[in-house]
Design a protein around this ligand. Structure first.
Ligand SMILES: [Zn+2]
Length: 236
């Protein structure tokens, strides 16, 4: 109970940064990052839960309290799943993962300035965790899992089923899940495919009910990859 309360508190402390990053990176392909409020020009770094610019009170980025609720829920899940050495890598993935999930849901892209630090941070923090635990051998499994999941998603990108940002995310999440074992890596990927499929079916059913064409359903894959990874870590 105390751990959950601490996790929620930590979540609310990082939420303004997460919300600021969502506002900065949730811009359509080909447009510059939104480093400043488009209404008043004030630099955007931290944003309050209401999602309003501190300068002009104009609305920026994600809806009110949406980021904060997701951050708090993920923080509780991570506090539950962390096994000591993996806490830092899970925390890093949770913060950047929530940003990526919101950005992908809003603009259907996973920007490299977010996926590359995620992958790099996961690699470094896994190495630190493995060495402090005195079992460097686990790093080989993490590397193989990262390459397997990353390559599978890269194949899907090559076949046109996914966007180019999905494979670096898969590489990072594959490495993280490799820490928890091959079953976690396979389970996380499978859960992501099933959840994305269910979401696409639901969207298609809604479109059919509204008598609209269901072709070209635009489903963001990033949030499902992240959710699948979280469920796999929790199940492990
Ligand atoms: Zn403003």
């Amino acid at each position: 109970m105390l751990a959950a309360a601490g996790a929620v508190l930590a979540g609310f402390l990082v939420a303004p940064l997460v919300r600021g990053l969502v506002a900065r990176f949730a811009v359509p392909e080909g447009e510059p990052w939104c480093a400043a409020c488009p209404l008043c020009g004030r630099e955007v770094r931290l944003l309050p839960p209401g999602g309003r610019c501190p300068g002009c009170r104009g609305r920026l980025g994600a809806g009110p309290w949406s980021v904060e609720l997701v951050v708090a829920a993920v923080a509780v899940a991570v506090a539950r799943a962390a096994d000591g050495p993996s806490a830092a890598v899970l925390g890093w993935t949770a913060v950047l993962g929530v940003v990526l999930g919101f950005v992908d849901a809003r603009v259907r892209r996973l920007p490299y300035p977010l996926t590359l630090p995620l992958a790099g941070g996961v690699a470094v923090l896994l190495a630190v965790a493995a060495l402090t635990e005195g079992r460097p051998g686990v790093l080989l499994r993490c590397l193989l899992a990262a390459c397997t999941v990353g390559a599978l998603l890269e194949l899907a990108v090559w076949l046109g089923a996914l966007g180019p940002g999905d494979s670096p995310l898969g590489f990072a999440l594959g490495g993280l899940l490799g820490w928890f074992g091959w079953r976690a890596a396979a389970g996380g990927l499978l859960a992501a495919v099933v959840l994305a499929g269910l979401w696409a079916s639901l969207r298609a059913a809604v479109e059919l009910a509204r008598r609209r064409p269901v072709r070209g359903l635009d489903v963001p894959v990033g949030p499902f990859l992240l959710l699948g990874a979280l469920l796999a870590v929790l199940a492990g």
